[in-house]
Design a protein around this ligand. Structure first.
Ligand SMILES: *[C@@H]1O[C@H](CO)[C@@H](O)[C@H](O)[C@H]1NC(C)=O
Ligand SMILES: *[C@@H]1O[C@H](CO)[C@@H](O)[C@H](O)[C@H]1NC(C)=O
Ligand SMILES: *[C@@H]1O[C@H](CO)[C@@H](O)[C@H](O)[C@H]1NC(C)=O
Length: 317
């Protein structure tokens, strides 16, 4: 009897170990083919379209549901403002569209984890309702909001009345994971995502997948031609020109803030909003297990000394 028991126990342990080994290699193997001498892959819904990026690990291979829960641990607390809205599944579904283009799949696993932390660091900072006194600390409150709570205007810019005309009665206040503002931003995002956001800006606050998609679209898309996207600025596929170097713009997290917010946060020294984004990024690097020491030196992390790509005097917002 005892012998049977210990045999069963040994068997159970053996099975457990086998499962562990497999769990470590639970990545879905992509289908590989060679096109014009280059290896490209397809990994089903999560990374399709025969892209070299799909040969690499995809986000769900290294960023799992429990990590999302750790990063955004307070989002469903009773005092949060978007309880039940945001979830891991929506993020992964949204990311799937952009993984064949390198989102989270450029470089190796570590670069991927850093990019996800950087992107979500922006998201956490923009959607936080932690004010320093909140339990869990101010960095635990990302994804507390999914929209601007008391908009003071409709954010309808008449300059775009022919390209992105405002829909009667619609309000283009901040919504989403990297909140969209203004008719032209809803219009552009809607075109890219093939959803009529100009006439239905409210879709963003009704659908977390769409909210994440719009945010990743923003991250992956340059504001202007010949400028990097936040993604390219972060992973280093962007090579700074002489002008960039003179303007102290170098690949890294600092330049992602320059791409997304320009002189609203950059070139102003110790800006509070800039520091808040950096703090979220560093906190997430720790939580996902990369560690903040991998973030690089101050001049890469910050945009305190950078000149904006697009000075706001020359843009309409
Ligand atoms: C895939 O990952 C490897 C490192 O594991 C990296 O060298 C390569 O550049 C990545 N592929 C792409 C297309 O980024
Ligand atoms: C949410 O948006 C996604 C992406 O655009 C879409 O595929 C999905 O059908 C939407 N869900 C609902 C309930 O409308
Ligand atoms: C470099 O900056 C100067 C002065 O701001 C500008 O006139 C010039 O067009 C820029 N060159 C490039 C290649 O962006």
């Amino acid at each position: 009897m005892e012998v049977t028991k210990s045999l069963l126990l040994a068997l159970a342990i053996a099975l457990f170990l086998v499962a562990m080994v497999n769990a470590d290699d639970n990545t879905v193997k992509p289908i590989v083919k060679i096109v014009k001498g280059k290896k490209v892959c397809d990994k089903g819904w999560e990374c399709k379209g025969w892209s070299a990026y799909c040969c690499n690990q995809t986000i769900s291979d290294y960023f799992q549901s429990y990590q999302f829960e750790n990063l955004f641990s307070k989002r469903n607390s009773p005092v949060a403002h978007a309880v039940g809205f945001w979830d891991y599944h929506s993020f992964i579904t949204a990311a799937a569209e952009y993984q064949p283009h390198g989102f989270g799949t450029t470089g190796g696993k570590k670069t991927g984890m850093k990019e996800v932390s950087a992107f979500l660091g922006h998201v956490g900072s923009k959607t936080s309702c932690g004010y320093g006194v909140a339990t869990g600390g101010p960095l635990a409150w990302g994804l507390c909001y999914n929209k601007e709570m008391s908009p003071s205007k409709l954010y309808c810019d008449d300059y775009y009345k022919f390209t992105y005309p405002c829909s009667p009665g619609a309000s283009y206040h901040g919504r989403g994971a990297l909140p969209l503002y203004w008719n032209y931003n809803y219009g552009e995002a809607g075109e890219a995502l093939k959803v009529d956001l100009l006439n239905h800006p409210e879709y963003i606050e009704q659908n977390a997948t769409l909210a994440f998609q719009a945010a990743i679209w923003r991250w992956m898309t340059p504001a202007k031609k010949h400028q990097p996207s936040a993604h390219e600025a972060f992973v280093g596929t962007w090579k700074p020109t002489k002008n960039d170097t003179l303007a102290k713009r170098v690949p890294g997290f600092g330049t992602t803030m320059n791409v997304l917010y320009g002189d609203q946060v950059c070139g102003k020294g110790d800006d509070e909003s800039m520091n808040n984004m950096v703090s979220h990024y560093l906190y997430y690097l720790d939580l996902v297990g990369v560690g903040r020491e991998e973030a690089g030196p101050h001049e890469v992390l910050s945009c305190a000394e950078q000149e904006a790509f697009n000075p706001s005097s020359s843009s309409s917002s």
